[in-house]
Design a protein around this ligand. Sequence first.
Ligand SMILES: NC(=O)c1ccc[n+]([C@@H]2O[C@H](COP(=O)([O-])OP(=O)(O)OC[C@H]3O[C@@H](n4cnc5c(N)ncnc54)[C@H](O)[C@@H]3O)[C@@H](O)[C@H]2O)c1
Ligand SMILES: O=P(O)(O)OC[C@@H](O)[C@@H](O)[C@H](O)[C@H](O)CO
Length: 397
Amino acid sequence: MRPVRAVHLGLGAFFRAHQAWYTDRAPDADDWGIAAFTGRSATLAERLRAQDCAYTLVTRAPDGPTYERIGSLAAVHAASEQEAWLHHLSRPEVAVVTITVTEAGYGTDPAGAPARLVAGLAARRAAGTGALSLVPCDNLPHNGEVLRAAVRELATEPGLASWIDDHVDFVTTMVDRITPATTDADRAEVREATGFDDLAPVVTEPYSEWVLSGAFPAGRPAWDATFVDDVAPYEQRKLWLLNGAHSLLAYAGLLRGHETVEQAIGDPVLHGWVEEWWDEASRRLPQDPAETRAYRAALLERFANPAIRHLLTQIAMDGPQKIPARILPSLRAERAAGRLPTGSTRVLAAWAPHHTPGPAEVAIDRALDLVAPDLRDDAELRDAAVALAAGGFEARR
Ligand SMILES: NC(=O)c1ccc[n+]([C@@H]2O[C@H](COP(=O)([O-])OP(=O)(O)OC[C@H]3O[C@@H](n4cnc5c(N)ncnc54)[C@H](O)[C@@H]3O)[C@@H](O)[C@H]2O)c1
Ligand SMILES: O=P(O)(O)OC[C@@H](O)[C@@H](O)[C@H](O)[C@H](O)CO
């Protein structure tokens, strides 16, 4: 087993397709084992432990899959294994903690990631151990700063907040690799193709991107990623164009009777709405327009990958956490410029009845109260959203 020098919180599908894969293919991979903790349920830890932490990554290109055995996990633990958590975070060899706990996992409740990190950091300080980098890898804008604020708020033990200021490096990241939840059919395919009866394979697409901004005072694996001073331009492009379109396809696609991203983007009406949303969001992107056009074309190919079965119901979860990052910056900017933006209003109108079934007026008012109370008195916007919600998503024939 490789020595544990990294810890992960939120052992799920995406971590295994992304950060664990980057670590496994780094030139110094043999020096960097990961101790991974689940966020809640123990199932994945039990399954991986039964197979010495190794698992299969299936990369599905439109012309066929490849199978890789990933060996970067050195230990796996359930969320409940608090002693192991405190032990790993206290060790001087441990230099980085990556985190994937969904957008909803950054709250300051006792079960959230920040509370667990604070407990670990207090143990690290008590052990006299030094610097550490925390690397949030969830689809949240300014994820490093969001994590820093939550951790500092919870660090009430005397002296801990200033120790954190001196020793903890909060890294901001943009992460990208479409990774649906693993199914029984995926497990059967891996067994058939590799002869390994893998209890925990994971399926992903060929495309992968990781952009990070951090100091890494205690070191890090030699990840083949992009290191920059400012992640914001990458983050905006990805959250607005990829994730924003995903949300539109999820909510409007479900209303139109589709099940997967591939089916939804194949619906010409939905494709048109995605382009309309992209035209609107692209106006505020800092990239060169030709670069944005190429990014959009690549996204269309990724969404249409027939080998990736990405369920719209999975993307539709946690709307109140996702809509503000993906859609509202564009909606607010357009309203401030005096325009009524159909692209972003349509996403709001598609999400509202998903969250609050019933009359369109009630759904839209509730949606605005929840994610954009500042726009609640914008009658023109409200009326437009109500009209779209009431009549704009007729079912497929
Ligand atoms: N799957 C993708 O395509 C993808 C791509 C880019 C980024 N991401 C990011 O990764 C996140 C996880 O995706 P996944 O595919 O691994 O999902 P997953 O369901 O396989 O794993 C989620 C992990 O987060 C934990 N978790 C969930 N809610 C939590 C909470 N409130 N507190 C603590 N832990 C919690 C779960 O226990 C689990 O370990 C996404 O929400 C997103 O922010 C995913
Ligand atoms: O993972 P979530 O739940 O934040 O969002 C669902 C998808 O939009 C997302 O997972 C994308 O597939 C991913 O962000 C691609 O990199």
